[in-house]
Structure formats: C-alpha cells, structure tokens
Design a protein around this ligand. Sequence first.
Ligand code: 8YV
Length: 315
Amino acid sequence: MTKPEILQVGPYPAWDEEPLNAAFAMHRYFEAADREAFLAEVGPRIRAIATRGELGANRAMIEACPKLELISVYGVGYDAVDLAACRERGIRVTNTPDVLTNDVADLGVAMMLVQSRGMIGAERWVRDGSWAAKGLYPLQRKVWGRRAGILGLGRIGMEVARRLKGFGMQISYSSRSPKPEADGLAYVADPVELARQSDFLFVTLAASAATRHIVGREVIAALGPEGMLINISRASNIDEDALLEALETKALGSAALDVFEGEPRLNPRFLALDNVLLQPHHASGTVETRKAMGQLLRDNLTAHFSGAALLTPVL
Ligand code: 8YV
C-alpha cells in the first residue's frame, strides 16, 4: 500500500521522526531551500499537514495542497492554522490538548516564583562573588497569600489555579462566563478589573482574533507598578508595545514571558530590561510531554487514514 503523503512544517524529536517516516511519506518543508518551489512540487500530492502549534499552516500553504484532508497540530494552540481556509474545504484539524496541560501550568507557576523571588539575579549574586563581597542579596517580594488573577480559565488556567491554591493565594479569574467548576475562585468579568485585583496576572487564554491584545494598555496599567504579568499562552494576547513601554517606565512591575511576537527573534527591547523573565516558548518542553504530544499527533494521523474517528479534533 502506498503511504499517505504528508507535508511536515517543522522538525520533531527523533523519537517522532522515526515512526512518522515508517508510516507516512513525509515531505520536509522546513528543509527546502526554496519553500515556494517545494510546495508547488509536492503540494498536489499532499493529503495531510503535520505542523507545530506556533508554526501552523497559512492559507497559501493550504491552497497549495488541493487534496488536503487533515492538519494535525503538535500543540494545543491552533491559532496559526487558517481555520477559515480549512472550513471552506472541509479540511479537518486536530491538536494535542490535555497531555501538555500540567507542564504548561508548572512553567507558569515556576516563572511566578523565580521572578518574584529574584532567583535569576540571586544565582548571579552567588556566582559572581557578590555574596561574599557585598553581603546579603536584596530582599524580594513574597508569593504565598497574595492575589492572583487568571485570564482564561480553560484546562491550563484551571491547573494554574489548582497549584496556586497550594500557596494560599486569593484567586480570581475572567472568562466568557462564570465556570461552575471554579470552586473557591472569584469570577471577575472585566479583564481590567481582574488586573486591578491581582498581584500576579496569568494569561492562559486560547488565542484568536477576538482575544488579540486583550491585555492592552488598560489591563497593564491596572496591574500597576507592583504587579507581575505572566504569559504562557500566545504573544498576540498582549499588546507588546504597551507591555514594553510599561516595563521600561516601571508602570508595570515585572513580567515573565514564554511567548513573543516574531519569536524566536523577539523584540531586542526586552533584552535591555531587568524586570522581565524571558523563556524560549518551552512550557510544554519536557521529554514526557513532548513524547505524549508526538504520540497524539501520530494517533490522529493514523486514525484519519484508517477511517477511524479523530481523537482530538478541533474542526
Ligand atoms: C508548541 C504550543 O506547540 O501547545 C502549544 O500551543 O505552543 C507548544 O506546545 C511546542 O513548542 C512545539 O512546537
């Protein structure tokens, strides 16, 4: 039997590449010297696209593949896939939810702790001899018992909340409507009001055109000079210019970010700031979770080509 032909948008770990190559004819878009010419050549034979959350598949790519049936995303976020183009042609889309939820929540909470307790600077204090030369490290701000806001109480937001309860924090959240399962959490409909009531604001919203820059000037101003913004969702949820300006002028206390506009080439203004913790979009980046994501990506492809129901469809 001939193997289904698949366009692979970005690389995967070796433990995924091997079984993918065994089951499918993989076409490595990211290795092509001339990507447009590559697409024009293989596009007509492509039946599925395997991509990653942050890479997605745009309209031009989808249109270059007239026989496309499925886009399988390695990641929970599928905002980089042109869903309108998929709907027009009945193309199915799958993602990898659930398996990464806990790791993403862990990284968000870790960023809050690291940043609030100044642990990066503290490590430097030890290594560069400041401890011996200058004495005690400057005092930092506590985490436990303070106020946390969660913007977007989906699977990841809920796991963040579960962890924060362990720190005895007062937790509020914003989402489209109150969630009955949000036990002990206060619902605050307006994101600006949520920020006003928070010392730490976690952004855990699934990104879409509707959520673009939901964290804008007003939310940032409401969080204020003592507040910390933690983003483990997508850069597009935050007005990055407003964020940079607020960090530079100290109108916002600090930020801890795993995602950036134009990543991996982030705005160099971030690099000059000492009140921001920068992470390379690795919230789901553990061996265990990435293995589970790869398995789920493959399971969706296999299900599709064997005529079985998709495991985790979004379209
Ligand atoms: C990336 C993510 O897909 O789940 C998401 O939406 O952004 C991540 O898990 C991951 O970095 C793999 O590229």
